[in-house]
Design a protein around this ligand. Structure first.
Ligand code: GLU
Length: 471
């Protein structure tokens, strides 16, 4: 589908619904990738003609989702509502060209005409289709309908769906302007896409029928029809249409669940598009590889296990100060207000590299650092208490002594001091590991003991041992 002669212009055209849906996010991503791949432009248009639903908050929610995902549009955002005059001008042109007509049917007449059309085996036609209203009649309330071909084959070439065949007898004379003078969706989309110079329309396949209607309007206006690519919707893990019962729907929910934007981009790109067997790839790779021709024709299924493993990869890759900031944010979000203190930041700085391998999300990572953040004094759990025999307490006191004299709390140093201690005591890790883990972690999940030493540092390790052994 790559066209070298003209610059590719794609667009994402969401109707503000209050949040950026995961399916919309993927549509935006595909448009962004294709524009980047071809060196073209990616435009954003907010389809805010439904004034009641298009509140500033609903519009902001879309931008918030796109910003978080890192999908920036090129150039000014277009607000569909502000282009109403352009939509009306197009209708004037269609009326002049005899490709639209004023229709004065009442609701009852329209119902009757629809019945009649159904019986005759075609879509709705108005009795006003071939009539010329008088100037006086035109003062009366009326809609303006499109005057399409009555019974002709119509072929839509779609980069994903292939050649899709329609017949214009199944496409009604759709309303272009309502009786209050406002433009309808199919008209506005055509006029805006044309005026914005859109060359490729990549969107959900729920719009495939609209593509047929829209292509007729383009042709009637004497405009080139853009290339279409209708992508199958995302389904839930069970294969059913994605719905609330499958879990997170909004991009913001995924942010809150602790997924990284780059992981979402990677996972969503892979959802319905593939490049060989590659599962993990950078933005640069995706941009280099992405072609609309490789979008799958079958619906894709959301797979949380796969998303988790992709996210785990990007957590491991995450630059350490950025990861620190993200985990700090996740901790703050759960109400841990002391996390910004410089000492706590230092603890996190030491701990994150030791535990990040085990996390699939930032939320899990926030759990995995808890052992290092808990404040003394904290009690021992029953299991640990049960392990505190006289022999063990004596051994822990000797460990306390060894650790007090030890200076190297790096990972190698911690490994070394522990290894030496076990050798001197003539015991294996199994003898002292569980009790030590209980004492040092307060029952929270914790990594290997030597990592716990490095994470806590000398003062805190000794203090935790003190509380358990000497008090
Ligand atoms: N505004 C439409 C929607 O949110 C999309 C229109 C289009 O992409 O042509 O479903």
């Amino acid at each position: 589908m790559t066209d070298k002669t003209t610059q590719v212009v794609t667009r994402f055209a969401p109707s503000p619904t209050g949040y950026l849906h995961i399916g919309g996010a993927r549509t935006a991503l595909f448009n962004w990738l294709y524009a980047r791949h071809t060196g073209g432009k990616f435009l954003i248009r907010i389809e805010d003609t439904d004034r009641e639903r298009s509140t500033p908050a609903a519009v902001d929610a879309i931008f918030e989702g796109l910003d978080w995902l890192g999908l920036k549009g090129d150039g000014e955002v277009v607000f569909q509502h502000s282009r109403e005059q352009n939509h009306k001008d197009a209708v004037t042109a269609l009326l002049k060209a005899g490709r639209a007509y004023a229709c004065f049917m009442t609701a009852e007449e329209t119902d009757a005409a629809r019945e009649e059309a159904r019986a005759a085996g075609h879509a709705l036609r108005s009795s006003w289709r071939d009539r010329t209203p008088t100037a006086e009649q035109l003062q009366q309330p009326h809609v303006v309908r499109f005057k399409g071909p009555l019974d002709e084959p119509l072929l839509i070439g779609d980069a994903v769906q292939g050649e899709v065949r329609f017949n214009t007898k199944d496409l009604d004379d759709l309303v272009l302007l309502r009786s209050d003078g406002t433009p309808t969706y199919n008209l506005a989309v055509v006029v805006d896409d044309h005026d914005m110079g859109v060359t490729h329309i990549i969107r959900g396949d729920d719009h495939l029928n609209n593509a047929a209607r829209q292509s007729l309007i383009y042709t009637a206006l004497g405009w080139d029809v853009p290339k279409f690519a209708h992508i199958p919707l995302i389904h839930g893990p069970d294969g059913a249409k994605l719905s609330k019962r499958h879990g997170a729907q909004a991009v913001g929910d995924y942010a809150e669940l602790g997924y990284l934007p780059e992981a979402m981009r990677n996972y969503l790109a892979r959802l319905g598009w593939s490049h060989g067997d590659d599962e993990i790839f950078s933005d640069e790779q995706a941009i280099g590889w992405f072609d609309v021709a490789d979008i799958n024709r079958a619906p894709s299924r959301l797979d949380f296990a796969k998303l988790g493993s992709v996210n785990a990869h990007w957590i491991r890759e995450c630059e350490s100060e950025r990861l620190l900031g993200l985990v700090t944010g996740a901790l703050r979000h759960r109400g841990q207000t002391h996390v910004d203190a410089p000492e706590t930041q230092e603890v996190l700085r030491r701990t994150l590299p030791l535990v990040k391998e085990r996390a699939q999300t930032l939320v899990q990572l926030a759990d995995l650092v808890q052992f290092a953040l808990i404040e003394r004094p904290f009690g021992l759990d029953e299991k640990t208490k049960g392990l505190m025999t006289e022999e063990t307490v004596a051994r822990l006191k000797r460990l306390h002594e060894t650790l007090s004299a030890w200076g190297d709390w790096s990972m190698e140093g911690s490994d070394m001091v522990l290894k030496n201690f076990l050798e001197n005591e003539g015991i294996g890790m199994g003898k002292v590991g569980p009790v030590l883990r209980g004492i040092l972690s307060g029952g929270h999940p914790a990594p290997d003991i030597s990592k716990v030493f490095t994470s806590l540092g000398q003062a805190e390790t000794l203090a935790r041992l003190d509380t358990a052994v000497f008090l």
